[in-house]
Ligand binder design. Sequence first.
Ligand code: HEC
Ligand code: HEC
Length: 223
Amino acid sequence: MVTRLFRSALLALCLPALAFADEPNLDNGREVNGTCAACHGENGQGGKQGEYPRIAGQSAKFIEFTLKSFRARERINLPMFPYTQERELPDEDIRDIAAYLAAIELPTRPPKFKDTDDALTRLTAMQKVMLIPRVEGDIAAGKTLYESRCTTCHGDDARGKRLVPMLAGQYSSYLMRQMQSFQAGERPHDEEKPGEGVLKGLKEAELQNMLAYFTTLQNIEDK
Ligand code: HEC
Ligand code: HEC
């Protein structure tokens, strides 16, 4: 009797924990996104020409890791800091919003509509279309530089993987700001000492060439 009681008590304690240990709850993710949408847009597409980065389609691992770094102030983000505090954003919410955003696909071309599609359907679909405008820069030189220093982690297609973020499809101005903050040692990239590493010594024009190259890699429909 005692053991059975003990066992069911143990089960009662463990089951709820097991139930939400790993499986993300996408409905909750959608709800949390209500807060994020104020800055990053309803579909996580970002805005204000990259003041707010695109977060949709980024890997769930990277989003989780990043939200936790903001929360711990390892990566400084003043606008977001209050939203990432434990009371506002517990670990389960982080897991759910990361899975929710990772699953959003943003097409780079307007969809083909059917005559029967109503205005709302069209508007909703158009709000998801995301194409980073071409920027100045030498595309060929950017490709050579990118391939010599960056593909091992960010991938040939610049889409990243796991803890490495995508670069293709992200706002150019946002990427420039991040690269300069890596060079200044203000945000850790993937190096042992702040400011050292693959971006060290690269001139602004060289960074700009890579940004120009990234804008040629973003048509997911072409792949
Ligand atoms: C008040 C505006 C604001 C709100 C609300 C906000 N963010 Fe942000 N977020 C920003 C800004 C600004 C940056 C860029 C910071 C920088 O330049 O380093 C950012 C950066 C990020 C990044 C890093 C992207 C990258 O590629 O490096 C992630 C991930 C992110 N936000 C997720 C979220 C999520 C999830 C929420 C909702 C829980 C959210 N944000 C709510 C303003 C906001
Ligand atoms: C050894 C692996 C590695 C190499 C090589 C590498 N990166 Fe990264 N990169 C990362 C990781 C990991 C992050 C995420 C860092 C973080 O947020 O803590 C990152 C982040 C970035 C970001 C920020 C993107 C965002 O959404 O916040 C940019 C821009 C970037 N890298 C550009 C480059 C460029 C350009 C090169 C080549 C010159 C390069 N990286 C080489 C691993 C690497």
